[in-house]
Write a protein that binds this ligand. Structure first.
Ligand code: GDP
Ligand code: MG
Length: 598
């Protein structure tokens, strides 16, 4: 295909504004899949994505479309996730494109992640085509949304496509706009190969599959390639495209999007953002924009059954292959035994990985409360990065601690400004700015500790604004805070996996609340279990789990054996998510209790 007839674009939007549905309609309209093959949101292939209705991994598909000029165009669509945790995925996908469809819900208007994604697209110099979606909704107000796009983003919205992915309105107009407005790729077919890896995937049959956008040169089977960041070499066995299933073709040429399979031995050798080049005729330098990934949130993952340790390691390695942003390393806990410290982009990411481990790999897991990375300056001049509260040195050895801060952007109807401010203040936020987007919606920015965001900021933001607020945040800096470690002792023994780092002013309150919460969570036993919250040697709260009065089975009057078995099975079920620490059984919920304290 002539490079002039290639168009590469992404769809960007706030979550739920209709990216995936628009992608479905484009695939359908261009006849890439027959009606029978179409399933709603075909690009959201992962079970979890379907169930939660969100896109986790970017996906790519090649469409063919005959434009108004009668010429056939190759249109490569890359679907991106819209959630705040997956900015890195979005950014890599955008680097593979020349244009972006900016989808805005006609009833909702611009939301926090609409803006975040637009800024990313502008950073990559993409041609942005505004699409106002869901115009079928009774509450749709396309003119107001167009006005917002012009006022807030500064884009010309006069030619915005008015669409309803649901009703199939505006789909042809979107395709025509892509053909007419998105620039064709540039690049030199005869130059040394450089191809951007924007995603990768592990396939049980083919092994590692790298998703690439060819910037210069060509890729053909038999070529010897090198990845420029990891410096690993491999021989190409297959190249192909996404329709959206993998389809082999003879070569991938300049401007095209597709996949490469080869003798890639180690899964970790394929890094998203890396550049593939010809090992015999390498490009002078890698493509710009590669950055390593910095997880923002860490937690411990432990197998409930310690014999599952190797299985957990295996599963994490496999997941990492499909998710360059997942980090993990072995860790041991006195309470929980052998497990892994895992780094995530954010809480949703953490949730998704946990669920995939349990669902796809059949693992029973105990997870500890998430933590940010603290920079601890010791009195002896040493600087430590602490991502696990249990590893915080004793207070006497600490000079001061810095914690990560973010710029949090909240967009909300103006009725809720007070609620947002109250919550943000309580979360140690510092007010930065407030701007009206239109007569009844405002954008508020706060400088706020990341640890407070990961506690329960988003949930509470949603509930105090009746679901109307949208949130985006980005790491800005580290600042010194007065922080202490809050320890929990059960039966007089400290349980390292329950320790948390909290602000000194909130320590006493959180300690009391946590002890009280745990009292309701830890099951009764034949003996009394004291629960203590302590800062250093000082106990600040104490609760007791009373001893069990009588054998639960006594209720079953001996006779009914099936009822007895049912009860035992039920107990066993309940035990599934528990870990024995000394003589005390701690359920999973206990490790997350800190997140549920206001
Ligand atoms: P994404 O998160 O941006 O990928 O959004 P989805 O494509 O998953 O859509 C979110 C929800 O909006 C789904 O329930 C869709 O069925 C619905 N939706 C998408 N487009 C339209 C539309 O044009 N009209 C209406 N009424 N609903 C839509
Ligand atoms: Mg989606």
């Amino acid at each position: 295909m002539n490079i002039k007839n290639i168009r590469n674009f992404s769809i960007i939007a706030h979550i739920d504004h209709g990216k995936s549905t628009i992608a479905d309609r484009l695939i359908e309209y261009t006849g890439t899949l027959s009606k029978r093959e179409m399933e709603a949101q075909v690009l959201d292939q992962m079970d979890l994505e379907r169930e939660r209705g969100i896109t986790i991994k970017a996906q790519a598909v090649r469409l063919e479309y005959v434009g108004k000029d009668g010429e056939t165009y190759q249109i490569n669509l890359i679907d991106t996730p819209g959630h705040v945790d997956f900015t890195y995925e979005v950014s890599r996908s955008l680097a593979a494109c020349e244009g972006a469809l900016l989808v805005v819900d006609a009833a909702q208007g611009i939301e926090a992640q609409t803006l975040a994604n637009v800024y990313l697209a502008l950073e990559h110099n993409l041609e942005i085509i505004p699409v106002v979606n869901k115009i079928d909704l009774p509450s749709a107000d396309p003119d107001k949304v167009k006005h917002e796009i012009e006022e807030v983003i500064g884009l010309d919205a006069s030619e915005a496509v008015l669409a309803s992915a649901k009703a199939g309105i505006g789909i042809k107009e979107i395709l025509d706009a892509i053909v007419e407005k998105v620039p064709a790729p540039t690049g030199d077919e005869n130059a040394p190969l450089s191809a951007l890896i924007f995603d990768s995937h592990f396939d049980a049959y083919k092994g590692v599959i790298a998703y690439v956008r060819v910037m210069n040169g060509k890729i053909k089977p038999g070529m010897k390639l090198r990845m420029m960041v990891t410096n690993k070499e491999f021989e190409v066995t297959e190249v192909g495209i996404f329709r959206p299933a993998l389809a082999n073709i003879g070569e991938l040429s300049t401007g095209e999007v597709g996949f490469v399979v080869g003798s890639i031995k180690n899964v970790k050798d394929v890094r998203v953002g890396d550049t593939i080049t010809d090992a015999l005729k390498p490009a002078k330098e890698p493509l710009p924009g590669y950055r390593g990934i910095n997880p923002m949130v860490y937690c411990g993952l432990y197998p409930m059954d310690s014999s599952d340790y190797d299985n957990l390691k295996d599963a994490l390695e496999k997941l990492q292959l499909n998710d360059a942003s997942l980090l993990f390393e072995p860790e041991t806990s006195i309470a929980l035994g052998f497990g892994f410290r895992c780094g995530f982009l954010g809480l949703l990411h953490m949730d998704v990985i946990q669920e995939r481990l349990e669902r796809e790999y059949n693992l029973g897991l105990i997870t500890t409360a998430p933590s940010v990375i603290y920079q601890v300056y010791k009195t002896n001049g040493e600087i430590l990065k602490i991502d696990n509260p249990a590893n915080l040195p004793p207070a006497t050895e600490i000079d001061h601690i810095d914690e990560p801060y973010v710029k949090a952007t909240v967009i909300v109807p103006n009725d809720f400004v007070g609620a947002v401010m109250e919550l943000s203040q309580e979360k140690r936020g510092e007010f930065k700015d407030m701007k009206y987007l239109d007569v009844d919606r405002v954008m508020i920015t706060y400088h706020i500790p990341l640890s407070e965001i990961i506690y329960d900021y988003f949930d509470r933001l949603k509930s105090s604004t009746r679901g109307y607020a949208s949130l985006d945040y980005e790491l800005t800096d580290y600042q010194t805070s007065i922080l202490v470690k809050l320890d929990i002792l059960l039966n007089g023994e400290p349980v390292d996996a329950l320790s948390v780092i909290v602000h000194k002013d909130k320590a006493a309150y959180r300690g009391r609340q946590l002890a009280e919460k745990l009292k309701g969570i830890i099951p009764k036993q034949m003996f009394e279990i004291p629960i203590q919250a302590a800062i250093g040697n000082k106990v600040i709260a104490r609760e007791t789990v009373k001893a069990m009065r009588k054998d639960v089975l006594a209720k079953c009057y001996g006779g009914d054996i099936s009822r007895k078995r049912k009860l035992l099975e039920k107990q066993k079920e309940g035990k599934k998510r528990m870990k024995s620490v000394g003589s005390v059984e701690i359920p999973q919920e206990a490790f997350m209790a800190i997140l549920k304290i206001d």
